[in-house]
Design a protein around this ligand. Structure first.
Ligand SMILES: Nc1ncnc2c1ncn2[C@@H]1O[C@H](COP(=O)(O)OP(=O)(O)OP(=O)(O)O)[C@@H](O)[C@H]1O
Length: 352
């Protein structure tokens, strides 16, 4: 079996079909779980009347090819259950999970193993490294159980060890490495199999804040480099905003909102989300698109030009130092203008 090298692979950027489509997904823990599917009782009522916990309730969403999709929510909101249902580490009670159109719930045991090994790899918080094997052997291990020939698996292992910045540590053992480095080994092992989707279950929550930031940057770098679809669980909003192309917010098993970071901060779906994002400086997340306005008839339209996706924080200097309105353009036409007034309103009204 051949594993394409990093250089050979390219994400199919133009493909707009979702890599993963989740439809009406339920996971109910407890007796007669199936009978609870569809219930509109609150979590508390459900527990009292049926003894069941609906950890995931009627959740539907698509994950686009190549995006970083973050699942966020408070402890107990159902994030882990939801993501484990995608590979059936937890068996869903009802609904559909389609991976490239294939119904994962219909896969038999053999097919499911193939899917987990080759298509959707999970990176766990506790790295699951084999202590008696060195870095290279740990990374090659996933390929070994897939039956990849020795020469090929070690060539690939060296390649991904380099990719995660561990060149020089190939022969070290896990207990000789820091937590961040061990997490890189876990990441390399997941990447080695060249899966379509990488799933991260709160991978950095055990790391100290500095290492955690370093690993977040590492994920961003890797994402640019390998273009993989990534599904990332976190309960940390700033991590979600930093990493996510889109964020799914859960509460009590239900999906509350799916949106880009600026949509979640700029247009929270309800008070729960509004509360969540209330400490985030809006100017760090919102873009000029959110504050531009149509020009007044008497306004000069020969000021500096900026794109609509420029984050407000990055435009402050240009707008405040301009002696005329800044034009927000898509390269061809003027979409709106931004002046000091709009910038100052965000900064004064937000939590800056
Ligand atoms: N095996 C189980 N049996 C019964 N209830 C469960 C089981 N696993 C999870 N739950 C319940 O399902 C709900 C969702 O749990 P889950 O672990 O998915 O949440 P989470 O958002 O990932 O939380 P955390 O961030 O604390 O991991 C919780 O109320 C939890 O107690």
């Amino acid at each position: 079996m051949t594993v394409p090298s990093v250089a050979e692979r390219s994400a199919s950027d133009t493909d707009t079909t979702p890599v993963l489509a989740v439809r009406d997904l339920w996971k109910v823990f407890g007796p007669k779980a199936e009978s609870v599917v569809g219930s509109t009782l609150s979590r508390k009522e459900l527990k009292e009347r049926t003894g069941c916990v609906a950890a995931v309730r009627d959740v539907s969403f698509d994950v686009r090819r190549g995006e970083v999709f973050v699942v966020m929510g408070l402890s107990g909101s159902g994030k882990s259950t939801l993501v484990r249902c995608l590979t059936r580490l937890i068996e869903p009670t009802a609904g559909e999970v389609l991976l490239d159109g294939e119904d994962v719930r219909k896969a038999d045991d053999r097919r499911l193993r193939e899917l987990r090994r080759n298509r959707m790899a999970m990176v766990f918080q506790h790295f699951g490294l084999l202590p008696h094997r060195c870095v290279l052997d740990n990374v090659a291990f996933g390929l070994e159980i897939r039956g990849v020939a020795k020469k090929e698996r070690y060539a690939r292992a060296r390649e991904v060890v380099g990719l995660v910045g561990l060149t020089g540590f190939e022969n070290s053992y896990p207990d000789q490495l820091s937590g961040g480095m061990q997490q890189r080994v876990g990441l390399a092992r997941a990447l080695a199999a060249d899966p379509e989707v990488l799933l991260f279950d709160e991978p950095f929550s055990a790391l100290d804040p500095l290492i955690r930031r370093e690993m977040q940057n590492e994920v961003i770098r890797l994402h640019h480099e390998v273009g993989k679809t990534m599904i990332f669980i976190t309960h940390d909003l700033s991590e979600a905003l930093k990493l996510g192309d889109r964020i799914l917010i859960m509460r009590d098993g239900e999906l509350v909102q799916v949106g880009t970071p600026d949509q979640v901060v700029g247009a929270p779906a309800d008070d729960y989300v509004r509360d969540f994002v209330s400490d985030i400086p809006r100017s760090h997340v919102l873009t000029l698109r959110w504050i531009m306005r149509p020009p007044h008839p008497d306004e000069p339209l020969d000021g500096p030009e900026l794109g609509p996706d420029v984050v407000i924080r990055d435009a402050v200097h240009a707008v405040l130092s301009a002696d005329r309105p800044v034009r927000v353009t898509d390269g061809e036409s003027v979409l709106g203008v931004v002046t000091s007034a709009e910038i100052l309103e965000v900064i004064a009204g937000g939590q800056d």
